[in-house]
Design a protein around this ligand. Structure first.
Ligand SMILES: Nc1ncnc2c1ncn2[C@@H]1O[C@H](COP(=O)(O)OP(=O)(O)OP(=O)(O)O)[C@@H](O)[C@H]1O
Ligand SMILES: [Mg+2]
Length: 470
């Protein structure tokens, strides 16, 4: 019997059990199932202007299309039509279990503990079932604990945002705050090369999150506010995101630079709301990027409304807690020197994101090139000639090498390609750091270092690489 049949029968059983057992709630459904049945709060259409509550309403109906969406099986009915306990109503398209006991027996024979653990509805049903109860070593509680909470689902997040931010504010809010469901974060800790110090700190915080009840009991509340400090491109944002993915938490990102005088009237209120949203989404990660913005506005003689917004922000930070609200706060800045004591004091751990050393650069290159084809690849050597480059720079170097090779219709790179790309990158960097008004810099003159084929920076015996572009 194919897996498709098992998937579809699981879906049919789940909809049936869930519809009957009213003690079950949204968090008893696997995320892929509840996504199908979620409906936002919409006009209920009975003419009194009333709204249905956002949520999942019973009974759950199983049709070809809901089953397809929930299980990913292309032709759900075809997958189970041979089974003697299934039936389909041609008119409504509803697929049903005509003999639920047979279906349960069939399912119980094919499913193991691990799979049952992923479906709290069925975990409860089967482990408390008089016939099958003893064949599984799983509890309803365990399954619920493993199941991602509905607060991490996109549909739930959207409903919440809608509730908090009415359409008029929408535009500015979308600029100021972005919420991502953990499944939408495509950064994982495996893709990041961290220093020992960073790893220790992240371990510490994971443990603190795991044991927050204990910490609350012993009165340790000053915990769970981290500041990531380091130059651009050293992995601060990526690490915060990877943490969200690793812990399966929604990622709420606040971009402070979006607090501009343009929207000031509403900003203090929106900052407030953002923190409220984070509390409602909890457990979650609240990431505040460009934290130095706070310092800038406090110091200068900025608009009073801007100062008010920033003060609201600082107060909100004081009032949010990992222990009480299940919100992990992470700030990030490129300019720690600009933070005043008041801002600095609010974080209980400062995590340094330095530029990577040689060993780390080699490791980062290893990660970036994991799925690439590179002849004579020697990451140690590339690491050697890329001193001062960040993880982000190295990514750019690799991208350049890949694109260059593509211009020659090659998808296999060589070490040489990488070395060329490093050189190219350094030229870009020179350009970037150059004072364009600064008189007679060589590179500002066509035919100087940057423009010519004969410049010393190209003189490494592979000038042919540049032939095609001239
Ligand atoms: N230590 C690292 N290991 C692997 N990849 C890295 C590392 N540091 C940076 N990168 C890569 O560089 C890119 C940029 O990193 P990221 O955006 O996290 O930097 P940042 O520190 O937040 O920079 P900024 O201060 O400009 O916001 C990402 O694609 C990331 O994967
Ligand atoms: Mg960043």
């Amino acid at each position: 019997m194919s897996d498709a049949a098992l998937d579809v029968v699981e879906f049919l059983l789940t909809t049936s059990v869930y519809s009957d057992d009213r003690t079950l709630d949204e968090n008893d459904l696997p995320p892929s199932f509840r996504r199908v049945f979620w409906s936002g709060g919409v006009d209920d259409g009975d003419g009194d202007g009333g709204q249905t509550h956002a949520g999942i309403s019973r009974p759950l109906s199983a049709t070809n299309s809901t089953a397809r969406e929930a299980t990913g099986v292309g032709q759900p009915w075809d997958a189970v039509s041979e089974l003697m306990f299934t039936d389909r109503d041609e008119f409504s398209g509803t697929i049903s279990l005509v003999q639920q006991e047979l279906a349960e027996q069939w399912f119980a024979e094919r499913v193991d503990d691990d799979r049952l653990l992923e479906n709290p509805t069925l975990a409860k049903h089967f482990t408390t079932h008089e016939e099958f109860g003893d064949s599984f070593d799983v509890t309803h509680e365990e399954a619920r604990e493993q199941n991602r909470p509905i607060q991490a689902d996109r549909v739930w997040i959207d409903g919440l945002l809608e509730e908090y931010f009415d359409e008029d504010d929408d535009e500015e809010m979308l600029d100021l705050v972005e919420v991502r469901a953990p499944e939408e974060v495509d950064m994982s800790l495996d893709d990041l090369v961290l220093t020992d110090d960073q790893e220790n700190e992240l371990d510490k915080i994971s443990k603190a999150i795991e044991h927050r009840d204990y910490l609350a009991n012993i009165g340790l509340r000053e915990i769970g506010k981290l500041l990531f400090v380091g130059p651009p491109g050293t992995g601060k944002t990526s690490t915060a995101q990877a943490l969200a993915q690793d812990m399966d938490l929604p990622f709420v990102e606040v971009k402070l630079s979006m607090i501009t005088s343009q929207y000031l009237g509403e900003t203090a209120k929106n900052v407030d709301k953002t923190f409220e949203v984070a509390k409602r989404l909890s457990p979650c990660i609240l990431f505040i990027d460009e934290f130095d913005f706070v310092a800038k506005t406090r110091r200068s003689d900025e608009h009073a409304a801007l100062k008010r917004a920033v003060n609201t922000l600082l107060k909100s930070i004081d009032n949010i807690s990992l222990i009480e609200d299940d919100v992990l706060l992470i700030g990030a800045t490129n300019h720690p020197d600009q933070l005043d004591d008041a801002a600095w004091r609010r974080f209980d751990e400062i995590i340094n994101f330095p530029k990577p050393d040689r060993g780390m650069r080699a490791d980062i290159l290893g990660v970036i090139t994991r799925t690439m084809d590179i002849e004579e690849f020697d990451p140690q050597l590339i690491a050697e000639v890329t001193q001062g480059l960040t993880g982000s720079d190295l990514r750019m170097v690799l991208r350049e090498a890949v694109l260059e090779a593509l211009t020659e219709d090659r998808t296999t790179l060589t070490q040489e390609d990488l070395l060329d790309a490093v050189e190219e990158f350094e030229e870009r960097d020179t350009l970037k750091n150059m004072d364009m008004m600064g008189g007679d810099h060589d590179a500002l003159v066509a035919g100087g270092d940057l423009g010519s084929d004969g410049g010393h920076s190209h003189d490494h015996g592979h000038d042919h690489d540049h032939d095609h572009s001239h």
